[in-house]
Ligand binder design. Structure first.
Ligand code: NAP
Length: 302
């Protein structure tokens, strides 16, 4: 039995582990895949205090090492079920069952799909959800980036050093992304390397064994346009990884976990941190801060 089981090894989970060990709590971190979560999809983070610029993978590795040095235990196991009905909580994985007095959910989120026909067929054959993972396959090629949030803007900035041309396709005129990033994209736009396609959505994907062309539909006029592209990077937001917790905690209609200010969920002793919870700003720093708050709430309760 552990004092704290942390589900998820992204920045929110890793910070929770660091704080939990600093508070001398026995701590198990269950990770589905490798450490780092979405941090691994970020090429350079420029707004994390203390670093002018650091690769996401490097930051994740530093966080994990810090947690390991302090004595947190890590297991590479996927959580398939949970039982939060008693004071002692149970977490089931494909390898067994673990018990803890407190649970911190840090399962994060995954990429939202465009919802266009043949999107799955073209996945890995032109469609990508991770510019930093797949950008290298599109050196000197023509690509589209879809979305209007920070991810799409940072994807454009990253890809602009690799590809020949980028069409940035956004369904509205105003960007959701921060002004600084948008103005950097607008500067590159002047060189012709980035072309904005606003008030447009991708309505069709075309090709044979690989994606070759996309159809855009103007959201105001309904007018169609075709673009020849080698790849499409989809950056239209994220879906929380909360399937396992459905019916066991209060979730929003979009599936994010509702928490109090101290990160406690609707179930006493169960906390949620990072991108998986309902919040206003999903950034590495806010994920880390959530972890610190959750552990401090546990410590203050004990
Ligand atoms: P996001 O902020 O939710 O933006 C998603 C974008 O996709 C929105 O512009 C939305 O359009 C558009 N969209 C949603 N569904 C669509 C669809 N079916 N078809 C076409 N467009 C669609 O998501 P995100 O950009 O992934 O960012 C997630 C969080 O991570 C944000 O809090 C962001 O600030 C943060 N982030 C930070 C950094 C950084 O600071 N370095 C980098 C990346 C991400 P509408 O605008 O019309 O809703």
């Amino acid at each position: 039995m552990y004092d704290i089981i942390i589900i998820g090894g992204g920045p929110a989970g890793l910070t929770s582990a660091i704080y939990a060990k600093e508070a001398n709590k026995s701590t198990l971190v269950l990770e589905k895949m490798g450490t780092g979560g979405q941090l691994n999809n970020i090429f350079t983070i420029t707004n994390y205090p203390g670093f002018d610029g650091i690769e996401g993978f490097e930051l994740a590795t530093k966080m994990k090492n810090q947690a390991l040095i302090k004595g947190a235990e890590f297991k590479n196991e996927q959580v398939i079920d949970v039982d939060f009905s008693s004071r002692i909580k149970k977490v089931f994985t494909s390898s067994g069952v673990y018990e803890a007095k407190n649970i911190i959910i840090a399962t994060g989120a995954h990429a939202r799909e465009l919802g266009v026909e043949q999107e799955k067929e073209f996945y890995g054959k032109g469609i990508s959800y991770c510019a930093t993972c797949d950008g290298n396959f599109f050196k000197d090629k023509v690509v589209a980036v879809v979305g209007g949030g920070n991810s799409s803007i940072y994807d454009c900035l990253y890809l602009s050093n690799l590809v020949k041309k980028i069409y940035l396709i956004h369904r509205r005129e105003e960007f959701k992304a921060s002004a600084g990033g948008v103005s950097r994209v607008q500067t590159i736009e002047k060189s012709g390397k980035i072309e904005l396609k606003l008030n447009a959505v991708v309505s069709k994907l075309m090709g044979d064994d690989k994606l070759k062309e996309i159809e855009l539909t103007n959201t105001k006029t309904g007018k169609k346009e075709r673009l020849q592209v080698d790849g499409v990077f989809v950056a239209v937001g994220r879906i929380p990884d909360t399937d396992v917790f459905e019916g066991k905690l209060n979730l929003t209609k979009d599936g994010f976990i509702q928490t109090k200010e101290n990160m406690e969920t609707s179930v006493s002793g169960v906390y949620a941190v990072g991108d998986v919870r309902e919040k206003v700003l999903r950034q590495v720093i806010t994920a880390c801060a959530d972890g610190a708050v959750a552990v401090s709430s546990i410590v203050n309760k004990d």
